[in-house]
Write a protein that binds this ligand. Structure first.
Ligand SMILES: [Fe+2]
Ligand SMILES: [Fe+2]
Length: 470
C-alpha cells in the first residue's frame, strides 16, 4: 500500500515531496482554500472542537481516525486509491489498451471540463449548507453536518490536485476559479444549477445528502471507470467518503418519518405536535430528487457519447455490462413531441447519461423502500416521482408533467404545484419548528427521532461538538 505522509504540510499518499514544483503550487493554493473556508464554510463553530474522522490511509480496513478537531485545523489532503496493476481501459473505442498516466493531448479539454465540473460541486455544497449549524436538531446531527462539510472540502482538494498536477497553467487558473465562484451568486454562480439552490433547513439537508450526494456517487462511479488513471484513483477513494454522506441523509429522513409515525400511531397529527407530516416529506423528496436528476445531463447527449467513446467517463460498474464498446446498441425512451409522448430509439452511446440515471433511480427506489418501513401501519407511503416531473434540464424541461409522468398543461401544473413541491407555507413551517438549535448532549429536537446508535461506537449523548477555550 502507498505510504501516507501525514506529517507534511499537505497530508498525502502521492509522494508530493518528490515534486517540489507541484508541492509549492499546492502550498500556495492552501491558504486561499483556508480563506475560502473561513469566509464561505460553516458560519460559527470554527473555534469549536468537532468529533471528526480524518483520512489517514486508503486501506478500506482502517482509513479513518476519529478525534476532536477544530474545523479550520482539519487535515485536508490528497488521497488516491492504490493503483490496480496492469489496469486496462474498460470501455469505448480504446477498450483493452493500457490506461493513461498522463493526459492525452486530444482529451485535455474534455477531461479538464469533467474535473472542473465535479470539483465545483464540492465547495458549492459547503456554501449551500453553511447556515445549518444554527438550527441543528442535536449535537449528533451537528457533527454529521460538519463531517460532510470537511469531506466536501477534501473532495475539492482531490480535484485541485489533478488540475495542478496534470493541466499546467490552465489547471492552476481553474483551481483558483473554484474558490471564486459562489453558490447562488448572481454574477459568479456555481456551474450546475442544483448547486445554486438554497439548502437552508434540515429536511432539505437530509434530502440533499440522500439525493444530491447520491448523484455524486454515480458521477464518481462513472469517473472511477475513466482511462485517465489518476482520476479513477481519486474517485475511488472519494466514494468511500461519500457513503457516509448518503448515510446521514437517509437516516435523517428516516428519523423524521419515525417521529411522524410514532405520533400517527398515537392518533396524533404530526403538525399539531410540531413534527413534520409525511405529505411535506414527500414534497421535499419530489423537489430534491428531480433537481438531482437534472445533474445527469441531457437524455440525448453528444457530449456523453464522446466521453464514452473516448474512454473518459463510463457507466457505473462498467464490468457488469456485457458490451463495453456500445457502438451498435439503442436505448428506447419517450420524449415529448407535438404535445404528446413518443417513443424514440437513441443510439446507446448518446444515451449514456440516461443509462447512468437509470442506475441512480434504481438505487433511489431502494432508499424509498427502506423509508417506507418506518411508515408501516400509518396509512402513508412515499414514492419517487416520475423522472419527467419538474425537470429543468434535458428533453422534459419546458414541458409539464404530474408526478406520475403524465403530460399536463402549465395551468394544471401551477394549480397543483403546492401539493407536489415545497410551498412558501412549508418553508415557513419548517422555519418555525427549527428556529432554535439543540445543543444539550443526548437531546433531540421534537421533529426528529434519536438515532439507534452514535458515531464511532460512542453513545448518543456523547458531546460530539464542544467548545473549549483555546
Ligand atoms: Fe463530494
Ligand atoms: Fe458528498
Amino acid at each position: 500500500m502507498s505510504r501516507v505522509a501525514l506529517d507534511e504540510k499537505i497530508p498525502n499518499n502521492v509522494n508530493l515531496s518528490s515534486d517540489k514544483r507541484l508541492q509549492r503550487a499546492l502550498e500556495h493554493w492552501q491558504p486561499a482554500f483556508l480563506k475560502w473556508w473561513q469566509e464561505m464554510g460553516p458560519v460559527g463553530f470554527q473555534a469549536h472542537e468537532v468529533y471528526l474522522r480524518t483520512a489517514v490511509s486508503v486501506d478500506p480496513q482502517g482509513w479513518a481516525q476519529f478525534g476532536y478537531v477544530r474545523m479550520p485545523e482539519y487535515r485536508w489532503g490528497i488521497f488516491l486509491a492504490d493503483p490496480v496493476k496492469d489496469r486496462t481501459i474498460g470501455f469505448g473505442d480504446d477498450f483493452g489498451k493500457p490506461v493513461w498516466q498522463e493526459v492525452p493531448g486530444e482529451h485535455r479539454n474534455a477531461l479538464r471540463r469533467l474535473i472542473v465540473t465535479q470539483g465545483d460541486t464540492e465547495p458549492a455544497s459547503v456554501e449551500q449548507q453553511r447556515h445549518l449549524g444554527h438550527t441543528c436538531p442535536s449535537l449528533y446531527d451537528l457533527r454529521n453536518l460538519f463531517q460532510v462539510n470537511v469531506e466536501e472540502g477534501r473532495h475539492l482538494w482531490a480535484m485541485v490536485y489533478l488540475l495542478h498536477s496534470y493541466f499546467g497553467r490552465d489547471g492552476r487558473e481553474e483551481a483558483e476559479a473554484l474558490l471564486e465562484r459562489r453558490s447562488g451568486d448572481a454574477d459568479k454562480p456555481r456551474i450546475l444549477s442544483t448547486f445554486n439552490e438554497p439548502c437552508d433547513d434540515w429536511l432539505s439537508f437530509y434530502m440533499f445528502t440522500t439525493f444530491t450526494d447520491r448523484d455524486g456517487k454515480y458521477q464518481l462511479l462513472a469517473l472511477a471507470e475513466s482511462s485517465f488513471d489518476p482520476l479513477s484513483r481519486s474517485c475511488r477513494f472519494m466514494l468511500t467518503e461519500e457513503a457516509h454522506h448518503m448515510f446521514v441523509g437517509e437516516t435523517g429522513v428516516g428519523r423524521i418519518l419515525q417521529r411522524a409515525a410514532e405520533l400517527l400511531r398515537e392518533g396524533k397529527d404530526p403538525r399539531q405536535e410540531g413534527a413534520i407530516d409525511v405529505p411535506m416529506v414527500q414534497r421535499y423528496l419530489n423537489f430534491w430528487f428531480t433537481l438531482s436528476l437534472d445533474l445527469f445531463g441531457g437524455e440525448i447527449s453528444t457530449n456523453a457519447a464522446h466521453f464514452f467513446a473516448a474512454g473518459l467517463k463510463g457507466r457505473a460498474h462498467e464490468k457488469n455490462y456485457e458490451d463495453h464498446v456500445a457502438k451498435d446498441g439503442v436505448y428506447v425512451m419517450e420524449v415529448p413531441e407535438d404535445g404528446r409522448l413518443v417513443e424514440k430509439e437513441i443510439p446507446l452511446r448518446s444515451a449514456m447519461n440516461e443509462v447512468l440515471r437509470d442506475s441512480y433511480v434504481q438505487d433511489c427506489e431502494k432508499v424509498v423502500q427502506r423509508w417506507n418501513k418506518h411508515l408501516e401501519g400509518t396509512g402513508y407511503q412515499l414514492t419517487l416521482p416520475s423522472r419527467r416531473f419538474h425537470r429543468r434540464q434535458g428533453a422534459y424541461a419546458g414541458h409539464y408533467f404530474d408526478p406520475q409522468g403524465r403530460l399536463i398543461t402549465q395551468e394544471e401544473f401551477e394549480r397543483q404545484r403546492d401539493e407536489w413541491l415545497p410551498s412558501e407555507a412549508d418553508k415557513a413551517y419548517l422555519r418555525s419548528i427549527m428556529h432554535r438549535p439543540v445543543f444539550t448532549p443526548g437531546h433531540f429536537a421534537n421533529w426528529i427521532a434519536p438515532p439507534p446508535r452514535g458515531i464511532d461506537g460512542k453513545p448518543i449523548d456523547f458531546e460530539y461538538v464542544r467548545y473549549n477555550e483555546a
